[in-house]
Design a protein around this ligand. Structure first.
Ligand code: KIV
Ligand code: ZN
Length: 522
């Protein structure tokens, strides 16, 4: 895309696989990244930032494969301001139908201290690196990181240099989520009015949500003249996250009267990708999250229900179907067959292959045997958490826990380790603690438990529990998830899932190696 677009078209640049995935604990596997990229491409995302190729072999492989498989989207990789990063980035994206290099450097007073460059030295470096990127690739994006805290004159100066050196997109990051809507609009407008050559390029906005204003700031930037919004699915991202794709897209669609811009996004695909990103990243969506939260379209109070029945428009400003949510449907039960399950999955926005359906059907039957009615949310939970994979080193075989008042719990756990079944009996302060101790006895490790979270999927005492476990070991972080009607079993499986992911990461990186984060840079 040589980025000249109609005045009311806003490009959607999704960075779930780069800025989102950099969020501690949100790491995705290679296959998961490919799957998310395919979904983004399918839903009409204009530019996919697929990763940071110099960060690790894994990132490089993911970006290259996403580039090769891309259909419509521009595939972009991130690079710091040096030739080695930029070369590696281009090597990864070059096979895309439409590749882009995104190079950046921190330009604010605080960020300038990191590489310890004077203003003039940094300006020269920007000229050199953007020119280098442009010599490799026709489509170059440049970002002055922490733009919203960069001195006005210097910001104008470096943007002019980047444009002259050949950048066709200038991204204005609010790296620490510091700006506010009026300022965001004003900044973009003044830059476009002031910087020579600004009307020849696309201005992008990249907001973080530290003050809860990322969506408002992004839309305000568009009002100021930006024509590319950088965002992530579910607002995934470091700290309070990035601008949520679903929020900006639905805001422009719903309030087109006052925000007269459009995107190329097929909004009916929002729900399915939101669920998939929640699953693979391990970051559950908060119930009251705008657009994709479980309660976003639920009208619980009596007054609302009455009004809704009379006319849905009384309380709904969007239709659930617009984001791919169908109305409530009948629960499944133990007599439901494979066709009914497939039908239900399609209804919920999941498009799965025959093998995945086969695996899911076994788990659905198992659940239906234990639970009278299997609701939509149960099916979503089954989809969210895959059982242990064929090639996982660690697998739970059986778990029995005896617990009660007045004493420790006793867990007897059988786990398969690379195919060998081993048993451990451990006591603990409650059933989950006992089960985790037994797992650690069989697979000694130094991983630190960062998060243990339990959610009931539906109401009732036979409800499934979904459990998330986040572990940290030597700087690597992995999240495991599982669901079961037995909370202790779900907990043990989630713990084992996280341990398997840590093992994969350790193999991938080498024992002590850690991925470079773009924050360890410049
Ligand atoms: O937040 C930020 O500044 C970034 C840049 C790398 C664009 O993510
Ligand atoms: Zn960012």
């Amino acid at each position: 895309m040589t980025d000249k677009i109609s005045q009311d078209r806003v490009l959607i640049f999704d960075t779930t696989l780069r800025d989102g995935e950099q969020s501690p604990g949100a790491t995705m596997t290679h296959e998961e990244k490919l799957e998310i990229a395919e979904m983004l491409d399918d839903m009409g995302v204009d530019i996919i930032e697929a990763g940071f190729p110099i960060a690790s072999e894994g990132d490089f492989r993911a970006v290259s494969e996403i580039a090769q498989r891309s259909k419509n989207s521009v595939i972009c990789g991130l690079a710091r301001a040096n030739a080695k990063d930029i070369d590696r980035c281009f090597e990864a994206v070059r096979n895309a139908e439409r590749p882009r290099i995104h190079t950046f450097i921190g330009t604010s007073p605080l960020h300038r201290q990191i590489p310890n460059l004077t203003m003039d030295e940094m300006a020269d470096l920007i000229d050199e690196t953007v020119t280098h990127a442009r010599n490799l690739c026709e489509n170059v994006q440049w970002s002055p990181m922490d733009a919203t805290r960069t001195e006005w004159d210097y910001l104008c100066r470096v943007i002019e240099i980047a444009i002259k050196a050949g950048a066709s997109t200038i991204n204005i990051p609010d790296t620490v989520g510091y700006t506010a809507p009026v300022e965001s609009a004003d900044l973009i407008k003044r830059l476009i009015d002031t910087v020579p050559g600004a009307d020849e390029v696309i201005f992008a906005t990249h907001c973080h949500n530290d003050l809860g204003m990322a969506t408002a700031n992004s839309l305000a930037a568009v009002a100021g003249g930006a024509r590319q919004i950088e965002c992530t699915i579910n607002g995934l991202g470091e700290r309070a996250g990035n601008t949520a794709l679903e929020e900006v897209v639905m805001a422009m669609k719903t309030r087109h009267d006052i925000m007269p811009w459009h995107t190329g996004i097929d909004t009916t695909k929002i729900m399915a990708i939101s669920r998939r990103v929640a699953t693979v990243s391990g970051f559950a969506v908060q119930f009251n999250k705008a657009i994709v939260g479980k309660n976003a379209f639920a009208h619980e109070s009596g007054i609302h229900q009455d009004g809704m029945l009379k006319n849905p428009e009384n309380f709904e400003i969007m239709r659930p179907e617009d984001i791919g949510l169908s109305g409530t449907s009948l629960p499944l039960g133990k007599h439901s067959g494979r066709a009914a399950l497939r039908d239900k999955l399609e209804h919920l926005g999941f498009d799965i292959g025959d093998n995945q359906l086969k695996d899911l059907f076994v788990r659905f039957k198992d659940l239906a045997d234990r639970k009278k009615e299997v609701f939509d949310d149960d099916i979503v939970a089954l989809m969210r958490v895959g059982e242990s994979e064929e090639n996982d080193a660690l697998k739970l075989v059986t778990l029995r826990v005896v617990c009660g008042t007045g004493g420790p719990a006793d867990a007897t756990l059988v786990m398969s380790i690379n195919g060998d079944e081993k048993t451990a009996i451990e006591k603990g302060d409650g059933p989950v603690d006992a089960a985790f101790r037994a797992i650690r006895k069989l697979h000694p490790n130094t991983a630190h438990l960062e998060l243990y979270q339990v959610h009931a999927v539906t109401e009732g005492t036979d409800a499934q529990a979904t459990v998330s476990v986040r572990l940290e070991e030597g700087g690597n972080i992995a999240t495991g998830q599982s669901a079961d009607t037995d909370t202790v079993v779900a907990s043990a499986k989630a713990y084992i899932h996280a341990l398997n992911r840590l093992l994969v990461r350790r193999d991938k990186l080498g024992q002590d190696e850690k991925e470079i984060s773009y924050r360890d840079m410049t």
